[in-house]
Design a protein around this ligand. Structure first.
Ligand code: ADP
Length: 155
């Protein structure tokens, strides 16, 4: 069984995340979209809301499940028997950051491999950070958000 964990904050999920998961489906038997909970980080949306959106978006995808975890991603992978991590690369700064993390996870996670997909050009400008700024600024974020979910007003 090839199990991959796609870890992230998903605050909120964007069409960039969804595209990445859909493109990775042929590579794995199962993809677990896992919300990492960092108690020192401030989020815009509560964990329950972020997970609810993920469940809605991937409801029809048999190979995708949704979970959350605390502490180290590598330890979470070991606990559930996942040998692969899935991450997206949008630009060079993603690469610099992801390179270090993936090398660390390979050591801490006893050989866990991170599989990177380069984002499609039409999604490479989309980030949760930008979407949060749009929402907080009172503008319409729907072009960046999966059709299945509605972000009306702020929580
Ligand atoms: P984190 O808080 O760990 O950065 P994010 O939710 O921001 O989590 O992102 C999770 C993963 O999704 C990262 O690997 C990121 O590179 C990838 N990702 C985010 N936006 C896009 C996009 N537009 N296209 C491709 N990958 C993306």
């Amino acid at each position: 069984m090839k199990i991959a964990v796609f870890p992230g904050s998903f605050d909120p999920i964007t069409i960039g995340h969804v595209d990445l998961v859909r493109r990775a489906l042929p590579l794995f038997d199962q993809i677990i979209v896992a919300v990492g909970v960092n108690s020192t980080k401030k989020y815009l949306f509560p964990l329950e809301q972020r997970m609810e959106w993920l469940l809605q978006v991937f409801a029809q995808d048999q190979k995708v499940s949704v979970d959350s975890f605390q502490n180290l991603t590598a330890h979470y992978c070991q606990r559930i028997g996942a040998r692969y991590l899935l991450r997206g690369l949008r630009n060079a700064s993603d690469f610099d950051y992801e390179k270090t993390i993936s090398q660390l996870n390979h050591i801490v996670g006893n050989g866990i491999e991170t599989v990177f997909l380069i984002s499609q050009p039409e999604y490479s400008h989309i980030s949760s950070t930008i979407v949060r700024e749009i929402i907080v600024g009172g503008a319409d974020a729907t072009p960046f958000i999966p059709a299945e979910i509605r972000i009306g007003t702020l929580p």
